[in-house]
Design a protein around this ligand. Structure first.
Ligand SMILES: [Ca+2]
Length: 287
């Protein structure tokens, strides 16, 4: 009997080893607390703070809180439904960029916690690809990416906790953002202003942030018109092609009306980076 048990135990161990080899245990590099604060701790890199954004439905575009101040491309306001995702609590800093890329495209000598800028669309994707090659990220199966335009706006508005502010976290732009009147004509280290409802910093102002979508001025009308009248557009990805990409949130050099959460700006993905444009990371979740 003892021999049979030993044989059984050996067989079980063999099976377990095979299972582990095929399905490595979930990486401890990504941890989350009950409030949805996600910490990505990768060897050799500064910790990356993210926030789980619970999915749901929201009104995208020139909704009521914009008080009628909206450009034509923010119309019509329409229902969008999103799956849950994670988004960076801060713009990507120069510290993180240098740790991944080995060089700094921004001005030398700035605080390492200043957001990176002067990054083209291609640079942003090279950075994300390199980050995703980290063994702990490959093992985990969740990869970094840019947010979609809809994810960006939903997160800026506070997701399901939205208090319907005009800027990300306040109707008083000075509380939450660096913009043309208070920036001293310069970019600032991340996280120095108040966060929004989700605990995200600098969604309004500081640097513009690349989103993954192509831009089309009539996208809101075409995407919502292609839907049954009462249904929400589900996880929109933007037009299939275009000549410019969406950038969001305004920046240290722009006036308040171009820093609103619904304001849509664009940049040429084939051009060199700009000193007002950086990025924020997003990541898919299981849900
Ligand atoms: Ca920003």
């Amino acid at each position: 009997m003892k021999n049979a048990l030993t044989l059984l135990a050996a067989l079980w161990l063999t099976c377990l080893s095979a299972t582990l080899a095929e399905n490595p245990p979930a990486s401890s590099a990504i941890t989350a607390d009950a409030e949805g604060n996600i910490t990505v701790a990768l060897a050799g890199l500064p910790k990356i703070s993210m926030k789980k954004v619970e999915g749901g439905t929201f009104v995208m575009g020139a909704a009521q809180e914009q008080d009628g101040v909206a450009d034509d491309d923010e119309l019509p306001p329409h229902n969008v439904r999103l799956s849950s995702f994670a988004i960076g609590r801060y713009e990507v800093t120069q510290e993180l960029w240098v740790a991944v890329m080995g060089s700094n495209p921004a001005d030398p000598g700035e605080d390492p916690q200043t957001p990176v800028y002067n990054v083209s669309w291609k640079d942003a994707h090279t950075f994300i690809q390199k980050l995703n090659q980290h063994p702990a990220i490959r093992q985990n199966g969740h990869v970094f990416r840019l947010p979609t335009e809809a994810e960006w706006e939903y997160a800026a508005r506070g997701g399901q906790q939205s208090k319907r502010y005009r800027y990300a976290g306040s109707n008083n732009i000075n509380e939450v953002a660096w913009y043309d009147k208070n920036s001293g004509n310069d970019v600032h280290p991340v996280g120095k202003k108040q966060p929004n409802e989700l605990g995200l910093f600098d969604m309004t102002g500081n640097v513009f942030e690349w989103c993954s979508d192509w831009y089309a001025s009539d996208y809101y009308s075409t995407s919502s018109a292609a839907n049954p009248s009462s249904a929400a557009v589900f996880n929109p990805l933007g037009p299939q092609s275009g000549s410019s990409r969406i950038v969001r949130g305004g920046c240290w050099a722009f006036p308040p009306e171009k820093c609103r959460t619904t304001y849509r700006a664009t940049s040429d993905p084939a051009a060199d980076g700009l000193n007002i444009l950086g990025l924020r990371l997003a990541m898919d979740l299981d849900e």
